[in-house]
Design a protein around this ligand. Structure first.
Ligand code: UGA
Length: 425
C-alpha cells in the first residue's frame, strides 16, 4: 500500500485524496484550516459532492484515511505528496503561485529522500521548474499531474478519466505516478512538465471558447429564425466537433473557467504572443450575461423598475452549491441595478452575503407575484414542475429558459410570453 499525503483539502485535494483512498492507497490529508480538519476527522464532508461521504466514512473507520494538523507527520513518511492548494487570480489576471511555493518551502526539510512531489494545482507552464528551484533537493522529484475533475461529478471523473496527464523531467518518477493510477482504465500521457501544465489551461480555455461560440450562435439563431438546439445537434454530429459541451446557457462560470482563461491570456501576453480568441471569448461571455438581462427587460415591457423577477438557480451549474463567478449572480446584479426586485430559489446554493434578493424555500413560492421567471441553473427538479401550477400565482406569465431545459411545448401553452435562449421569441 503506497502512502500519499495531500496538502490542501479544498475541492481538488479532498476529491483526489478520497479517490486515491477508494482505489486502495493510504492517504493522509493536511490543511492549514484546522476547523476543516476537525470536521473531516469527525466524518463530516466539507464540500457538496456526490459519492464522497461513503468513502470518507469507510476510510476513517478502516484507517486508510487520516487527517492531521501536523504537516511533518503528513509528509515525512509519504511516498507521494500531492500539492492541491489554490492558485487564485493575481491583480493582472495571472495565476498567483504564492500558496504553491509556500507549501513546497514549508516541506523542504521534511520530505524523505526518494519521495515525489506531485503538483495538482492549476499552474502556468514553467511552474514545476520554479518549484524545483524553491525545493532545492536533488533527491526528490517534482511531477505535474493536472486535474480534470468537474464539480458535481468529480468522483466519477477521478475514477473514469478521459486521460491522465503526467509531466516530468524524470521518466522514472512519471512511471511511479502512473503506477498509482494503474487500476484506472484510461490512457496515460507522459509529457514534459511545461506541456502538462499547458494542457490543463488549454483544455479549460478551449471548452470556454466552445461555449462562448455556442452562446453567440444562440443570439444569431434567434435573429435568423434558427433553433440553437437543432444547430448544436447538427454541429455535434460532426465527429471532429463532438456532441458534448454544446449546451446553450447564460454564460460560463465557476471557480476554474474564468480564472484559467484569464491566466492563459496573461501567459500568452507575457510571452509577447497574445491570443485574441481568449479575450474575445471572455467578452462574449459578458455579452451573454448582459443579453439575458436584456431579454428579461424586453419580456416585462421595457422597464424593470418595481418589477418582480423570479430566478431559479444560483449555482454556476447544476449539482453543486458553488456560486463562484456564477452567471446567475451577474444576471441578478444587472436586474437589481435596473430597479427589479429579485426572488431566488436554488436547491442547495446559498445567496452570497450582500446580495439584496428574497431567498425562497421552493420554486413555486418563488414564482408567486413575479412578472417574469428566469431559469438560470439547469437543476433536474425544474424540468418536472407543472407549468400551470408555477404560473398560477405569477403577476405576469413571462418565462425565460436560459438553459433550454423546460419542455417548451407545455410551458408555452400556459405562458403569455415564453422564451428559450437561442430561439426567436
Ligand atoms: C471545469 C472543467 O470542466 C474540469 O475538467 C476542470 O477540472 C475544472 O474546471 C477545474 O479546472 O478544476 P467545472 O468548473 O466544475 O470544471 O465546470 P464545467 O462542468 O466544466 O462547467 C463550466 C461552466 O460551463 C459552467 O458555468 C456550466 O454551466 C457551463 N456549461 C457547461 C455550459 O454552459 N454548457 C455546457 O454544455 C457545459
Amino acid at each position: 500500500m503506497l502512502k500519499l499525503a495531500i496538502l490542501g483539502l479544498g475541492y481538488v485535494g479532498l476529491t483526489t485524496g478520497l479517490g486515491f483512498t477508494k482505489i486502495g492507497h493510504k492517504v493522509t490529508g493536511y490543511d492549514v484550516d484546522h476547523g476543516k480538519l476537525a470536521r473531516l476527522k469527525s466524518g463530516q464532508l466539507t464540500i457538496y459532492e456526490d459519492g464522497l461521504q461513503d468513502i470518507l466514512s469507510k476510510g476513517l473507520s478502516d484507517g486508510s484515511l487520516t487527517f492531521t494538523e501536523d504537516i511533518g507527520l503528513a509528509v515525512s513518511s509519504a511516498d507521494f505528496i500531492f500539492v492541491c492548494v489554490p492558485t487564485p487570480q493575481d491583480v493582472d489576471g495571472a495565476a498567483d503561485l504564492s500558496f504553491v511555493l509556500a507549501s513546497v518551502e514549508s516541506i523542504r526539510g521534511l520530505v524523505s529522500p526518494g519521495a515525489i512531489i506531485v503538483l495538482k494545482s492549476t499552474v502556468p507552464a514553467g511552474s514545476a521548474a520554479r518549484v524545483t528551484r524553491v525545493l532545492a533537493r536533488t533527491d526528490v522529484n517534482i511531477v505535474s499531474n493536472p486535474e480534470f475533475l468537474r464539480e458535481g461529478s468529480a468522483l466519477q471523473d477521478f475514477l473514469y478519466p478521459d486521460r491522465i496527464v503526467i509531466g516530468a523531467e524524470n521518466p522514472e518518477a512519471a512511471n511511479q505516478v502512473a503506477s498509482l493510477c494503474s487500476s484506472l482504465d484510461t490512457q496515460v500521457l507522459i509529457t514534459s512538465p511545461e506541456s502538462a501544465e499547458l494542457i490543463k489551461y488549454a483544455t479549460n480555455t478551449f471548452l470556454a471558447i466552445k461555449l462562448s461560440f455556442v452562446n453567440d450562435l444562440a443570439a444569431l439563431s434567434e435573429a435568423v429564425g434558427a433553433d440553437i438546439r437543432q444547430v448544436t445537434d447538427g454541429l455535434g454530429l460532426d465527429k471532429r466537433i463532438g456532441n458534448r459541451f454544446l449546451a446553450v446557457g447564460p454564460g460560463w462560470g465557476g471557480s476554474c473557467f474564468p480564472k484559467d482563461t484569464r491566466a492563459l491570456l496573461r501567459l500568452s501576453e507575457q510571452n509577447g504572443l497574445p491570443m485574441p480568441l481568449i479575450g474575445a471569448s471572455l467578452l462574449s461571455n459578458q455579452k451573454t450575461q448582459g443579453r439575458v438581462a436584456d431579454i428579461v427587460l424586453e419580456l416585462v415591457g421595457g422597464s424593470l423598475e418595481g418589477k418582480v423577477i423570479a430566478v431559479w438557480g444560483l449555482a454556476f451549474k447544476a449539482n453543486t452549491d458553488d456560486t463562484r463567478e456564477s452567471p446567475s449572480l451577474y444576471v441578478i446584479e444587472r436586474l437589481l441595478s435596473r430597479g427589479a426586485k429579485v426572488k431566488v430559489y436554488d436547491p442547495v446554493a446559498k445567496a452570497p452575503e450582500g446580495l439584496t434578493v428574497q431567498v425562497c424555500e421552493d420554486p413555486i413560492q418563488t414564482a408567486k407575484g413575479a412578472h417574469c421567471l428566469v431559469i438560470l441553473t439547469e437543476w433536474e427538479e425544474f424540468k418536472f414542475l407543472d407549468p400551470e401550477e408555477v404560473m398560477q400565482g405569477m403577476s405576469e406569465k413571462n418565462i425565460l429558459d436560459t438553459r433550454s431545459i423546460l419542455p417548451s411545448m407545455q410551458w408555452r401553452e400556459h405562458a403569455s410570453l415564453f422564451r428559450r435562449l437561442g430561439v426567436k421569441g
